[in-house]
Design a protein around this ligand. Structure first.
Ligand SMILES: Cc1cc2nc3c(=O)[nH]c(=O)nc-3n(C[C@H](O)[C@H](O)[C@H](O)COP(=O)(O)OP(=O)(O)OC[C@H]3O[C@@H](n4cnc5c(N)ncnc54)[C@H](O)[C@@H]3O)c2cc1C
Length: 556
């Protein structure tokens, strides 16, 4: 890799070398951040590692990939014209449709001219002398910018376990999170798939339909509720569009920023009779997807309440899956919802097919990959291809791959070695003018991420505008505010059942990753806190002018 020498002498604002902001990543977050900063008159450039824009929806092209938050909600709201003109075709849009939407947005707002593709940011260092970030890419670019904004995504760094013999297999291998662009035809093939998380749950029914035989290796079963996906009823689309402002406003009051169009939970599960609960869960099962978890207000806070929902889903699995042993293996025992609930189309029924075999590797992990397939539980399995549905190094993975240095050459990786430390998931002490969109410590992956992304982009945009108006040169969180926030994030999580299982929210899917609950539970209180911080003049942040540092609240 060649890294060009940074030219500090360039002063032209429009020169590509000296920018107001560098944005890393061209998914939903990076695109909107670019649009917002441009509207504020800033010169910004996006660097994107992929050879196209789209982020998640560019990389995750596996069969069956689609959103689990309804399309009408999983979309931008910053432009009324955009949300009125775009027509979704399905209740839950497929990956190609979402990617088409993202490309439409890029064209509509003329974003491409400031996006550099095929370019991975490898280094970002803050220089106290000129108060700028100096950024290097694997394409040899060296630029400097006042602000460095990480739109690198929470689920953008694929996790491939270090199986023995990983390179020995003679056939093709695929990772769901980095799927080839050409259509893969599994017809007549013996396929092995490792993993049973959200991506696998979407892919398995489709691969099983094509393949001669599919073997599914399951470490932990997951709860899945049928998505009840269908063509989007034009009347529903019209009704939502006629009232979009209210739909969005109501969602922003929901704990996870989606789903206000469905019946809200009124009661505690434990206050209902068994028959009432059964009816409620059945109704939610028919609605489909994530709204299931909204059945009762105590499901994510009370183990006994959660057990009633868990047992309902296990009952459904027993009903659907004909072989009781297979049904038992597919039945999760952990808390429903402490891992993101899956939304599927015919997942459990797929295990009734004669060409599908489930192999439980919970007690006996895969021994090795072999030239012919893999070896597990003392048995050799032969495959024509293997699919790794092994998820992501979530929330911090893509940041950890960049050499990020703050003041005093402090490495972010070093600062975060015991787990990420941020204030509001937006910034981290010692790293001035450095922002993370949907960073750890913010609601991010627990929510409809489009809502969280827009809230962060708007907050960062307003902060930068505030700095310009008051001639502040740098902003960074105080260590005290950050410490208090980290403690608060943990204490809120501990009030819920979220930390009770080995989820990627906790980093528990990766050996050696610190076990820390990373997202913040509760969208509305989070937004309230962000707004309060601004109203109090960026309380908890240090703002510095060229000559002085201001730790006292300044005018909002
Ligand atoms: C299969 C799947 C389905 C999902 N479904 C939903 C859903 O229904 N609802 C929901 O709310 N969320 C969902 N998510 C989460 C999804 O990631 C977010 O909704 C959203 O797309 C994230 O956008 P982003 O721009 O923050 O990040 P991403 O879309 O992940 O984009 C980040 C980009 O940064 C680039 N990048 C990273 N590091 C570098 C670097 N060093 N240099 C240059 N570029 C870099 C990556 O290549 C990537 O393109 C899903 C995730 C997956 C994987």
């Amino acid at each position: 890799m060649t890294v060009k020498t940074i030219d500090h002498t360039t002063t032209d604002k429009n020169s590509p070398r000296e920018l107001d902001a560098v944005i890393v990543g061209a998914g939903f977050a990076g695109l909107y951040m670019l649009h917002r900063l441009r509207q504020q008159g800033l010169v910004a450039r996006v660097f994107e590692a992929g050879d196209e824009i789209g982020g998640t929806w560019y990389w995750n092209r596996y069969p069956g990939a689609r959103c689990d938050v309804e399309s009408l909600e999983y979309s931008y709201q910053f432009s009324e014209e955009l949300q009125q003109e775009w027509e979704w075709t399905e209740r839950y849009a497929s990956q190609p449709e979402i990617l088409k939407y993202i490309n439409h947005v890029a064209d509509r707002f003329d974003l491409r001219r400031d996006i550099q593709l095929n370019t991975r940011v490898v280094q970002a260092a803050f220089n106290v002398g000129d108060a700028r970030w100096h950024i290097a890419t694997d394409a040899g670019d060296a630029v400097s910018a006042k602000f460095c904004i990480m739109a690198t995504g929470c689920l953008s760094s694929t996790n491939l376990p270090n199986f023995d013999g990983i390179t020995d297999f003679h056939g093709p291998t695929y990772h769901t999170g980095n799927w080839p662009h050409e259509t893969i035809d599994f017809s007549g093939k013996r396929v092995g798939i490792i993993g049973t998380g959200s991506s696998a749950v979407q892919a398995i029914p489709i691969v099983a339909d094509q393949a001669a035989h599919l073997t599914v290796f399951q470490r932990t079963p997951n709860y899945s509720v049928p998505a009840q996906n269908m063509p989007l009823d034009p009347a529903i689309q019209q009704a939502v569009k006629a009232d979009y402002a209210n739909v969005r406003a109501n969602n922003s009051q929901m704990p996870f920023a989606w789903g206000a169009r469905y019946k809200l939970p009124e009661d505690a599960a434990l206050a209902a009779t068994p028959a009432q609960r059964q009816n409620e869960y059945e109704e939610r099962w028919q609605i489909g997807g994530l709204p299931f978890i909204g059945a009762y207000s105590d499901l994510l806070f009370n183990q006994a309440a959660n057990d009633t929902a868990a047992e309902f889903i296990r009952g459904k699995i027993r009903e659907i899956v004909q072989d009781p042993k297979v049904a038992e293996l597919l039945s999760p025992r952990h808390v429903v919802g402490c891992k993101r609930l899956c939304a599927d189309t015919h997942y459990y029924a797929t295990f009734n097919r004669t060409n599908v075999r489930l192999v439980d590797i919970s007690a006996d992990p895969i021994e090795r990959i072999t030239t012919a397939g893999l070896r597990a539980k003392g048995e050799d399995f032969a495959f024509d291809c293997i699919i790794f549905a092994t998820g992501f190094d979530a929330m911090t993975g893509s940041l950890a791959k960049i050499d990020i240095r703050g003041k005093n050459n402090l490495a972010l990786k070093e600062k975060w070695q015991a787990g990420p430390r941020t204030y509001l998931g937006l910034g981290t002490a010692g790293f001035p003018n450095f922002f993370t969109i949907s960073g750890p410590g913010s609601p991010s992956v627990l929510t409809n991420m489009l809502v969280s992304i827009e809230q962060h982009v708007n907050w960062i945009g307003a902060c930068i505008e505030h700095m310009r108006r008051h001639q502040f040169v740098t902003i960074e969180p105080t260590v005290q505010a950050e410490d208090a926030w980290v403690e608060h994030v943990n204490s809120v999580a501990d009030m819920s059942l979220f930390p009770t299982c080995n989820s990627w929210y906790l980093g528990a899917n990766l050996p050696g990753k610190p076990r820390v609950f990373m997202p913040y539970v509760g969208y509305p209180p989070y937004v309230e806190k962000c707004n309060e911080v601004v109203a109090k003049g960026y309380d908890g942040f240090v703002l510095a002018t060229a000559t002085a540092t201001k730790t006292e609240p300044c005018p909002a």
